[in-house]
Design a protein around this ligand. Structure first.
Ligand SMILES: [Fe+2]
Ligand SMILES: [Fe+2]
Length: 173
């Protein structure tokens, strides 16, 4: 067993092998390092530009909303698999929101409940829309970032949301 650390969310994964994606924030393998080599971006003190502050605030709103929507979808899910999958996605999005609060130096506030459809297939379609929208937005935020850590963050988030799209598209086939 070894300790691996995700350089995006800073969380540790203990196991025999490096996971393909961070189980907490979904960052890809390239961002996961052996404990002693890891330099998590969330532990850096970053002086934020006006633009990045605005973008992180938008990220926080979007991610907390996604968390509440996915919890609703988990609630309505027709099978245990779909319920468990949406609960996992909800936790991943919450982790993204938490990362944003760390850079912003603020506390997480209460999350407002959201509604969703009764049908899994409708929820899958909405999930793809939400995730594709997040991907586009984070791609832009990465380009707009002048700070190294924020650029890395939004690059990792773009990939994590792209992986979610792929996951859901498999259910839509
Ligand atoms: Fe992570
Ligand atoms: Fe996210």
């Amino acid at each position: 067993m070894k300790t691996y650390i995700c350089e995006i969310c800073g969380d540790a994964y203990v196991g025999n092998e490096k996971p393909k994606n961070c189980p907490f924030c979904g960052a890809r393998e390239a961002f996961i390092k052996e404990g002693k080599d890891a330099k998590p971006i969330v532990t850096e003190k970053v002086e934020l530009s006006e633009q990045s502050r605005k973008n992180l605030e938008e990220t926080l709103v979007l991610e907390t909303r996604a968390n509440a929507i996915y919890l609703c979808m988990a609630e309505k899910a027709e099978t245990y698999e779909i319920k468990a999958m949406y609960k996992r996605l909800a936790k991943v999005e919450l982790e993204h929101a938490l990362i944003a609060t760390k850079f912003l130096g603020i506390r997480m506030s209460d999350i407002k409940q959201e509604t969703c459809n009764e049908e899994d297939v409708e929820n899958f379609k909405r999930t793809v829309e939400l995730e594709e929208n997040a991907m586009d937005l984070y791609g832009r935020f990465a380009k707009e970032a002048t700070e190294r850590e924020i650029r890395i963050l939004f690059t990792a988030l773009t990939q994590a949301e792209a992986d979610h799209v792929e996951l859901i598209k498999n259910y839509l086939q």
